[in-house]
Design a protein around this ligand. Structure first.
Ligand code: GDP
Ligand code: K
Ligand code: MG
Length: 289
């Protein structure tokens, strides 16, 4: 059977997390229109027992780090660059190809690379064709596929292209697993996603979520999580007047978590101020980075 690591790279907001979710038919990676939403490498497995196990990795968008958290994010990209059997270079079709080309060339990948032109739902055929021609001339481009991750267009063509490049081998993970990450991790991510959804520019970038308690009982799962911010003023914004924002956040996150776990959830959120956590090695480790 075909098995191997297929790692997705690209600029922030290219649609990497949307693509991972679309390929797996399951929402594993959180998505927002803001850059740097994804902080970890997130693995999801696509299994067809006896035929293939594709281990997809979503990665943080490639940037020049400005603080330690971003350095750690780029380390997770580096690990994905090193173990890829096939690389997907994801380009946003609504942008000109030059900047993406600079990034893709700089990665110096030695494995087969598929350039995937995403968001083709947003542009006309003429621009799609021009971009196709551009990428097909690049030495790293072994294959080009145009898709819309959002509208799930052409994903099967992409899968077939991937399988053609994947080596033969035995499965790396049990064939009924979807991921190697814990439920606790995904619960924290769902809280984080709502912070990206509800709060303006700066807040999400100063925030971490840590799940302290995760207790499954017969009919109810009890979850307690801390939201870490850097300043008192940010705590105030997250709380909102009379605590209305944190309440809204809690309700939105709980709804998603209940759908994910298929169970009733009691979610308790506390806000804690930890100055400069994004540059503190110990704290980054504690928060899972
Ligand atoms: P990432 O930063 O590369 O992981 O990108 P995300 O998956 O978080 O997506 C960034 C934004 O682009 C979100 O608002 C997505 O809904 C949007 N997006 C992703 N794929 C598509 C697509 O195929 N078409 C359109 N129109 N929007 C997309
Ligand atoms: K994003
Ligand atoms: Mg992402």
């Amino acid at each position: 059977m075909k098995t191997g690591f297929v790692n997705i790279f690209g600029k922030p907001n290219a649609g990497k997390s949307t693509l991972l979710n679309a390929l797996l038919g399951e929402k594993l990676a959180i998505v927002s229109h803001k850059v740097q939403t994804t902080r970890h490498r997130i693995k999801g497995f696509l299994n067809e027992p006896g035929k293939y196990q594709v281990i997809f990795s979503d990665t943080p968008g490639i940037i020049t780090p400005r603080y330690k958290l971003q350095e750690k994010m780029m380390l997770s990209v580096k690990s994905a660059l090193e173990d890829a059997d096939v690389a997907i270079l994801l380009a946003d079709a609504t942008e000109g190809p030059e900047e993406n080309n600079l990034l893709f060339s700089s990665l110096k990948l030695k494995v087969p690379t598929i350039v995937v032109l995403n968001k083709t739902d947003k542009i006309g055929l003429k621009r799609i064709t021009a971009a196709e021609e551009f990428y097909q001339q690049q030495p790293y481009c072994k294959k080009l596929v145009t898709i819309s991750a959002l509208e799930k267009q052409n994903l099967d063509t992409l899968l077939q292209a991937i399988l053609a490049f994947l080596p033969e081998g035995e499965p790396f993970y049990p064939e009924d697993d979807l991921t190697d990450l814990s439920t606790k991790f995904f619960v924290g991510e769902m809280v984080r996603e709502k912070i990206y959804e509800l709060f303006g520019d700066e807040i999400p970038y100063h925030t971490a979520v840590i799940v302290n308690e995760f207790k499954e009982k017969d009919t109810l799962t009890k979850i307690q999580a801390d939201i870490i911010v850097q300043r008192e003023s940010q705590k105030g914004i997250l709380l909102g007047e009379g605590g209305q924002m944190i309440k809204k956040l809690g309700t939105m996150a709980r709804t998603d978590i209940e759908q994910f776990l298929q169970q009733k959830v009691f979610l308790q959120l506390f806000i804690k101020v930890k100055p400069k956590w994004r540059d503190n090695d110990m704290q980054l480790k504690e928060y899972g980075y």
